[in-house]
Design a protein around this ligand. Structure first.
Ligand code: HEC
Ligand code: HEC
Length: 338
C-alpha cells in the first residue's frame, strides 16, 4: 500500500463544523478506533417509552399527510433500510422528487439533516416535511384537527403531554421515536469494542483502505459521516455537469453562496449496504459503483478492483441490528443477534 496519506489531499469544506479527523493510518496493532475518529453506536438509549410508541404510531400514519396517502414510513421504510429503495423519492403527486431519501436510522446522530444540511434538529426537519407541498403538504390546524378526531390519539397525548394533540407534542413524539432508531452491534462496532474476529480478513483490509485512502477524512464520527460538508467532485466533475442548471445544487440552496454549489452533507455510511441506490440523486445502483465513483471524484484515485471489493466488504460490516435482527433482513431469513 502506498504509505502516503491521501486523505491529507481531500478538500473538505467544514462550513462551520470542525474537522475532527486528524488521524494516523491504521497499522497492525494500532488502536482500531483511531483515537475516536470513529466510534461505535450506543447499545441502548434512554427515552420515554410512551413517547416512542406514540411517535411510531404517528410515523406510520398516512393521516399526517393532507392526501391521506403518505406516511413518513412510506418513504422511510422501517422494515427495510429506513429509506425507500428508489433513486429519488416519489412525491405526493406521483412525480420523482429532487433527491434520494436518506435513511432515518441513526439520523439523530447527524449534525445536520438532509443532503443540503438544511436542518439541525429532527423537530425542525419533521415540521418542514409536514408542511412541504410535495410531501405531507398539510397545515397545523388541519393536521391537529385530524389527530383530535381520533380518540386513541387524544387519550395518549393527554396521558403523556397533559393535553390534546399540539404542535410541540407531535414534533416531540416524532423526534423521540426517531431517536430510538439506533442500530447497534454492527460487526464493525463489535470490532471497535475489541472483538477482533468480528470482521473477516477481507473486511479488515477494507477498513485499512478506508483509512489509508482517506475515506475517513470525510466519513467519520459516530455515523461515519453526517458531520461535515464536502464538495461532490473534489478532483473531478461528476460527468453530467454540462447541463448545469439541471443539477441539484446542494448547500447552495441554503446559503445562496456560489462557493456552496454542489457542496453536500457527507452522508453516514451506517447500514449503507441496505440503502441502495446511492448518492443524492440515486445515480449509483450498487456499492461497487458508488465506491469507484467516489474514489475518483473525492480522492482523484482509480482503485484496483481488489481494493473496491475489500472496501465494499468493509461497508457491509456497518449493518447493525434493530429489534433483534440485522437491518433490512427479510423476516425469517436472518440469523438472530449474536
Ligand atoms: C415522499 C417521501 C418522504 C416522506 C413522506 C417523508 N420523507 Fe423524510 N425524507 C425524504 C427525502 C427525499 C429526504 C431528503 C430531503 C433532502 O435532502 O432535501 C428526507 C429526509 C429526512 C430526514 C433527514 C435524514 C438525514 O440524515 O438527513 C429525516 C430525519 C426524515 N426525512 C424524517 C421524516 C419524517 C419524520 C417524515 C414524516 C413526517 C418524513 N421524513 C416523510 C423523503 C420523505
Ligand atoms: C472529500 C470528502 C469525501 C471523501 C474523501 C470520501 N467521500 Fe464518500 N461521500 C462524500 C460525499 C459528499 C458524498 C455524497 C455525494 C452526493 O451524493 O452528492 C459521499 C457519498 C458516499 C457514498 C454513498 C452513500 C449514500 O448513502 O448514498 C459512499 C458509499 C461513499 N461515499 C463511500 C466512500 C468511500 C469508500 C470513500 C473512500 C474511497 C469515500 N467515500 C471518500 C464525501 C467524501
Amino acid at each position: 500500500m502506498d504509505p502516503k496519506p491521501h486523505w491529507l489531499r481531500a478538500g473538505v469544506a467544514t462550513a462551520g463544523v470542525l474537522l475532527l479527523a486528524i488521524v494516523a493510518p491504521a497499522h497492525e496493532g494500532s488502536n482500531p478506533s483511531l483515537h475516536g475518529a470513529v466510534r461505535p453506536l450506543p447499545r441502548s438509549v434512554v427515552l420515554d417509552a410512551r413517547k416512542v410508541a406514540l411517535g411510531e404510531r404517528l410515523f406510520r400514519d398516512p393521516r399526517l399527510s393532507e392526501s391521506g396517502r403518505l406516511a413518513c414510513s412510506s418513504c422511510h421504510r422501517l422494515e427495510e433500510g429506513g429509506d425507500d429503495g428508489l433513486p429519488r423519492s416519489v412525491t405526493n403527486t406521483g412525480e420523482p422528487g429532487a433527491v434520494n431519501a436518506p435513511t432515518v436510522f441513526n439520523a439523530a446522530f447527524n449534525h445536520r439533516l438532509t443532503w443540503r444540511g438544511a436542518f439541525r434538529t429532527l423537530e425542525e426537519q419533521a415540521e418542514a416535511d409536514l408542511r412541504n407541498p410535495r410531501h405531507a403538504a398539510t397545515t397545523w390546524p388541519r393536521l391537529l384537527a385530524r389527530l383530535r378526531d381520533d380518540p386513541e390519539y387524544v387519550r395518549r397525548f393527554r396521558e403523556i403531554y397533559g393535553g390534546p394533540p399540539r404542535r410541540e407534542a407531535v414534533l416531540d413524539a416524532l423526534a423521540t421515536f426517531e431517536r430510538s432508531l439506533v442500530t447497534p452491534d454492527a460487526p464493525f462496532d463489535r470490532y471497535l469494542r475489541g472483538e477482533r474476529d468480528a470482521l473477516t480478513p477481507r473486511q479488515q483490509r477494507g477498513w485499512r483502505h478506508f483509512v489509508d485512502y482517506g475515506c475517513i477524512s470525510c466519513h467519520q464520527g459516530i455515523n461515519l459521516g453526517g458531520n461535515l460538508f464536502a464538495r461532490f467532485g473534489v478532483f473531478a466533475d461528476p460527468s453530467d455537469r454540462a447541463k448545469k442548471e439541471k443539477i441539484y445544487p446542494g448547500r447552495f440552496l441554503v446559503t445562496g453562496n456560489e462557493a456552496d454549489r454542489y457542496v453536500f452533507r457527507v452522508p453516514s455510511l451506517r447500514n449503507v449496504a441496505v440503502t441502495a441506490p446511492y448518492f443524492h440523486d440515486g445515480s449509483a445502483a450498487t456499492l461497487e459503483e458508488a465506491v469507484r465513483r467516489v474514489a475518483r471524484l473525492q480522492l482523484g484515485r482509480t482503485l484496483p478492483e481488489a481494493h473496491v471489493a475489500d472496501l465494499v466488504a468493509f461497508l457491509h460490516s456497518l449493518t447493525g441490528y434493530w429489534r433483534g435482527r440485522p437491518l433490512g433482513a427479510p423476516p425469517g431469513e436472518a440469523e438472530d443477534r449474536p
